[in-house]
Design a protein around this ligand. Structure first.
Ligand SMILES: Nc1ncnc2c1ncn2[C@@H]1O[C@H](COP(=O)(O)OP(=O)(O)OP(=O)(O)O)[C@@H](O)[C@H]1O
Length: 328
């Protein structure tokens, strides 16, 4: 069953460049439906709009970012609610209904406060914490459920490793047991052991809370080990979406093929071909399919028209004229 839905979402950074209004088309016509109890991965090169997309899905739209078109809906008490018309209500449901783990989030911990005080500050800004005994038990039970030692509550952030700080931050952001967790590169900048612990923690949270995680990372290895479905983003658009094993075993979009083909495999020493050229500027993206300047299959049609993201199989959507002639 769906829990979050975006329809024709366009979110642009509107910038005044030398007195001229320009737009960075970071999210440009995204349609997605995210289901209850799944880990939905969003992948793509740096700058393709992943962070902007999840910020917009979270409703964190502040200038210069503007929603130009489209809707985002959350399913709350069985009803789809348009989040941009919730106004003050959105602030109330944040963290209890949906939580956001931003990039570099471990730096949100107050360096001069013990971890428990960060929990009191965070919970106290959303809930009545006058019954401290009950809330302390909730915090300790939650850490134990996630396999984190409760003694970290007495530590200062600098006494913890980077990996543990990141796990504590994730526990903090999810302690009010939200239905949806939006996580932006939660394991990036950690060594592989710490990265594995963070991924395991996210899996444990999802298993225990039976919630939905929307996970942004450019690291396809992380997606392989945690995501149930993956959306591949290119230059502000989703170009392919499918269950993880389909993306890895049978990618269809030429860009996804490059992404998967460039991954290292044990024992395979063959030369890996990456996509030629560089991603386009989102201030002035190319006409037609945005991938066409880098695509070896590009035709006149690709240079003129934008392919629509369409179903080519059950649970498999692709935006490429090789598979469907539908245009946006
Ligand atoms: N505050 C801002 N003002 C103007 N442009 C911005 C701003 N933030 C991001 N952008 C631009 O929007 C586009 C999408 O950026 P975004 O951070 O969403 O991409 P990303 O895929 O998450 O990349 P990364 O993995 O590097 O964070 C980029 O062209 C970026 O330069």
């Amino acid at each position: 069953m769906e829990i979050l839905k975006a329809e024709n979402l366009r979110a642009y950074y509107l910038l005044d460049i030398g007195g001229e209004l320009k737009s960075v088309r970071a999210v440009d016509g995204v349609d997605i439906t995210i289901k209850e109890n799944e880990i939905y991965g969003i992948a793509g090169e740096s700058g393709c709009g992943k962070s902007t997309l999840i910020k917009t899905l979270y409703g964190m739209v502040e200038p210069p970012l503007n929603v130009i078109e489209g809707r985002v809906y959350y399913k709350i008490n069985g009803e789809l609610k348009d989040i941009f018309s919730l106004n003050g209500e959105l602030g109330k449901i944040r963290w209890k209904y949906i939580s956001y783990i931003p990039q570099g989030s471990m730096s949100v911990l107050n360096p001069v406060a013990r971890i428990i005080d960060s929990f009191w500050d965070f919970i106290g800004s959303h809930e009545d914490i006058s019954d401290r005994v009950r809330w302390k038990k909730h915090i300790e039970d939650y850490l134990t459920l996630l396999g984190l030692p409760t003694k970290i509550l007495d530590a200062y952030p600098h006494q913890l490793s980077g990996g543990m700080r990141q796990r504590v931050t994730i526990a903090l952001a999810t302690v009010l047991t939200p239905k949806i967790i939006v996580a932006d590169e939660p394991s990036t900048a950690l060594d592989v052991v710490a990265q594995r612990a963070v991924i395991q923690l996210l899996k444990d949270i999802q298993k225990n809370l039976k919630n939905t995680i929307i996970l942004v990372t450019h690291d396809m290895g992380v997606h392989a080990s945690i995501s149930d479905r993956i959306a591949i983003m290119y230059a502000g658009k989703i170009v392919e979406e499918a269950p993880t094993e389909v993306i890895f075993e049978s990618p269809k979009h030429p860009y996804t093929k490059y992404l998967i083909g460039a991954l290292p495999k044990i024992g395979d020493k063959s030369y890996k071909i990456s996509a030629p050229g560089a991603p386009p500027s989102l201030l002035n993206p190319p006409k037609g399919c945005r991938f066409h300047p880098r695509c070896s299959y590009a035709t006149e049609e690709c240079r003129e028209f934008v392919p629509r993201l369409v179903d080519i199989d059950t649970n498999h959507r692709v935006a490429c004229f090789l598979y469907s002639k539908e245009r946006e």
